[in-house]
Design a protein around this ligand. Structure first.
Ligand code: LLP
Length: 405
């Protein structure tokens, strides 16, 4: 079975559901998960899908059906995960900058919790003491990831408890008899260099003696996927090999088997997703040819926010003469999907597909300019399933309370 969605299938979806449209391939998600499982065979590892990348309920249900666990970054994601059928044992909640009430709600739900501030750790101690095992998120002061906006482990980052505050962590731990069973580090997104994870493991290695209840080494997510042609993603088999070696070292030194957890988001759902758009306007100017589509950064913000590259294909004219385009959205401010991009000749009415849009695409979408969020379709078992309807005017108004004058 092909793990990409063909031009014909994308066109068929566009004509059935209209554009702009997000389309996802369920079996591609399965295949990505299986690649992780295969690579890590024999390594004591568990994978938690970082669902912030794409929380559509049907996608969560699919991820659940293939046996993957789930990582949540808000209590609402925890509730969505429960709704999708995950049991609390499969759910991890890594909090950041949140009120203690959310942590209480996560404990109530019975899920694993990682805490990322001394202040919440103290509150946790007061509330639960040794009654509920807990993980802590550390800031290792390592710079990693595709760009500064998605780097989270460096010494200016808001994430995690800085490693230099170990004494304070241990004081709270002793005082409240906390059972710290997990150490967590997530250094960023799009980490190509496997050795970043090994550096994190080295930090964990030195910390083991301070945490007698430790069972889990959580190395976060951030595996890179290729966006540009010819680009390479994280070498997963190499990562598995290196992590396996590291775990053996831990076992030898400490006479104890530790489990390693990962939280991949992009790796599982980026490549499965496509944003299909229609071309509204071709504007030839003396310097640039603009192809204006019926979408924008309200549907896929990655190019404008991170200057991210997404491959764009003309579905309607795949053999047309290649020309250089700026592909722009219809939002009323600068709104590019691509700059100086060679694409087969684009005509008004053509369908353009923006690839690799599964992760952080729809999910970071908005109703800016009072535009509707696109519908979402899942290709699963060769069947096209509508998994979210396009917004309507009613959706835009449903929480608004106008003046009654
Ligand atoms: N675990 C934690 C604690 C995280 O904060 C994240 C992502 C992940 C796992 C998953 O990372 P991934 O495997 O997807 O790289 N919106 C940005 C990415 C932000 C990632 C935020 N945290 C983008 O579109 O590039």
């Amino acid at each position: 079975m092909s793990l990409t969605i063909s031009n014909e299938q994308l066109q068929a979806a566009a004509s059935q559901y209209g554009t702009p449209l997000y389309m996802y391939h369920a079996e591609k998600i399965t295949a990505q998960y299986q690649q992780l499982q295969n690579a890590f065979e024999g390594v004591y590892a568990r994978f938690f899908y970082a669902c912030k990348a794409l929380t559509n309920l049907a996608v969560l249900q699919h991820v659940h059906s293939i046996g993957c666990n789930i990582d949540c970054s808000s209590i609402n994601e925890v509730y969505l995960a429960l709704k999708a059928g995950f049991n609390p044992e499969q759910i991890l909640y890594t909090s950041n900058g949140i009120s203690f009430e959310e942590i209480e709600a996560a404990v109530e739900a019975g899920v694993s919790v990682n805490i990322d501030s001394l202040s919440n750790l103290e509150k946790f101690g007061k509330a639960y003491g040794s009654r509920y095992p807990v993980g802590i998120r550390l800031r290792p002061n390592i710079m990693a990831g595709g760009n500064l906006k998605i780097s989270t482990g460096h010494n200016g980052s808001k994430f995690g408890i800085p490693i230099e505050q170990l004494t304070e962590i241990l004081t709270i731990k002793e005082h409240y008899k906390l059972r710290i069973n997990c150490l967590h580090v997530h250094t960023g997104s799009e980490i190509k260099d496997v050795e970043v994870f090994i550096k994190v493991a080295d930090i964990f290695y030195d910390l083991v003696p301070s945490f007698p209840d430790l069972q889990v080494l959580d190395m976060g997510g951030g595996f890179k996927v290729p966006y540009q042609e010819g680009e390479k993603g994280t070498d997963i088999p190499l990562l598995a090999k290196r992590v396996g070696e590291v775990l053996n070292k831990f076992e030898k030194s400490y006479g104890k088997k530790f489990q390693v957890w990962f939280e991949p988001g992009k790796y599982l759902v980026s490549e499965c997703g496509y944003l299909i758009t229609s071309v509204n306007v071709i504007k030839e100017t003396p310097t640039v040819i603009f192809a204006g589509v019926n979408s924008g950064f309200n549907h896929l913000i990655r190019p404008m926010f991170y200057e991210a590259y997404h491959h764009i294909k003309n579905l309607s004219n795949p053999n047309g003469k290649v020309k250089i385009y700026a592909v722009t959205g219809n939002i009323c401010e600068t709104d590019n999907f691509a700059w100086d991009r060679p694409i087969n000749e684009i005509r008004e009415g053509d369908l353009l597909v923006i690839e690799n849009a599964g992760a952080y695409g729809f999910e970071m979408g908005s109703n800016y300019n009072a535009r509707f969020l696109p519908a979402q379709v899942l290709l699963r078992d060769e069947k096209m399933l509508l998994i979210r309807k396009r917004d309507t005017m009613e959706d835009l108004l449903k929480n608004q309370i106008g003046l009654s004058y």
